[in-house]
Design a binder for this molecule. Structure first.
Ligand code: ADP
Length: 401
């Protein structure tokens, strides 16, 4: 039994031929209506399975030509289409004389079932040959269908265009952010080194021992800042790869908070910021001390850095429902509501512009989030615009591990 496959897309054509072959048919192939009419004359197929959207001569025109031909009009034709899927398309397909209409993709078994049935019904005379509709009426319906498809295509293209424009503008933003990040990180790495070498040069020429000592100390502090930037960058890359392991031991959160406050007191005093604490007794957790210190240090350092001169910081730590909750409330510049979740992203800064006033490379909170979550805890921020921010974290208490 010969089956003619009319399909412009090579892979679909091959696939359909293979399915037909596997089910006992001898497939013949054509890539459009004109080629199909030639092949029909050469080899007289028993059935035709045709796509609709094709170059040169589409399926509707091909079927119309076939049914106009007194000798060939009895060969049954099935439309198999992925584009002409509307009810109006199906109606026109049947009006031009198709014996069946199938929407792609169809399960091969069902497809073969329909082809077999069409052949059988033709043989038994169940499906007759349709009377051709008037040419004018056909052309009007045909052009309407084409027009509708064209309209759909234009809408589809407009939609795709909009999506492309959005993607392009997102890409431009990402590109700009990447440039800012590179220049920020470079700046944060270069500045302490320039300071350190400057102080060292001065120290070499300084005759007064005590002044020389002060200069060396300043150089040392600058190098410590450099070390912190580098170790933050290393830490976030380790965290991203899941390589940041921790040593869990019994840890008193209250003691760690007090020591963090003492460490950063000189910086807070330099900005005339008052730090108040309210810490409950016995806040014991199973945790990696150094990592928790890192989190506390980052939260307090940010609360100072993003504060206003003469501002306040309130640290509250206590127990709640078996968890330990610690909050840092500041009277600083605050965070816009739409950026609240982003601040925990890697290398993210609310203000990453070139005129940025604050130091840092934007990884501290991402590290803090990683650490807290790997201790089965949660970290979050609340901010009511410009009145300041409150960063909190909670983690299971010692009895709740
Ligand atoms: P860095 O401080 O190095 O920029 P972080 O990861 O610690 O990086 O913080 C990310 C960003 O979140 C900061 O750049 C800042 O925009 C915002 N942020 C963090 N803490 C505060 C805060 N207390 N007040 C206002 N903004 C903050």
């Amino acid at each position: 039994m010969k089956a003619l496959v009319v399909e412009d897309e090579k892979n679909s054509r091959m696939m359909l031929s293979k399915i037909l072959e596997a089910n006992g048919y001898e497939p013949i192939e054509a890539s459009n209506g004109i080629e199909a009419l030639e092949k029909i004359n050469e080899s007289r197929p028993d059935i035709i399975i045709s796509d609709i959207m094709m170059p040169e001569m589409d399926g509707f025109q091909f079927c119309r030509e076939l049914k106009k031909n007194e000798i060939l009009k009895n060969i049954p034709l099935i439309f198999y289409t992925s584009i002409y899927k509307d009810e109006a398309d199906e109606k026109l397909a049947m009006e031009v004389g198709a014996s069946a209409y199938i929407r792609k993709p169809e399960d091969p078994k069902i497809l073969i079932g329909i082809i077999n049935k069409v052949l059988k019904d033709h043989r038994s005379g169940k499906i007759g040959t349709l009377e051709l509709t008037d040419e004018k009426e056909y052309l009007s319906k045909y052009s309407q269908t084409l027009f509708k498809k064209l309209e759909d295509k234009v809408l589809e293209l407009e939609d795709a265009n909009k999506k492309l424009e959005t993607a392009l503008s997102e890409l431009k933003t990402v590109d700009r952010l990447k440039d800012n990040i590179i220049s920020n990180v470079t700046h944060e790495l270069r500045t302490p080194l320039i300071h350190a070498s400057g102080f060292l040069e001065l120290a070499i020429d300084e005759g007064d021992k005590s002044k020389q000592g002060e200069l060396l100390k300043k150089s040392m502090n600058a190098l410590e800042r450099e070390k912190k930037v580098i170790s933050d960058l290393i830490e976030i890359s380790y965290a991203g790869k899941g390589l940041l392991s921790h040593v869990i031991e019994e840890t008193d959160i209250g003691t760690l908070i007090k020591s963090t406050v003492e460490d950063l007191r000189p910086k807070a005093e330099a900005f005339e910021i008052n730090v108040r604490t309210s810490i409950e007794e016995g806040l014991i957790v199973g945790a990696d001390k150094n990592q928790i210190l890192h989190v506390l240090n980052n939260l307090l350092d940010n609360a100072i850095k993003f504060n206003r001169k003469g501002g306040e910081i309130e640290i509250n730590a206590g127990k709640k429902d078996g968890s330990i909750k610690v909050c840092f409330k500041d009277t600083g510049i605050g965070i816009p509501p739409d950026k609240l979740t982003n601040v925990f992203d890697k290398i993210y800064q609310v203000d990453s512009g070139s005129t940025r006033r604050y130091g840092g490379v934007g990884v501290g909170l991402a590290i803090a989030k990683y650490i807290i979550e790997s201790h089965n805890g949660r970290i979050w921020v609340e901010s009511n615009g410009e009145k300041g921010s409150t960063f909190c974290f909670s983690m299971p208490g010692e009895n709740n591990k």
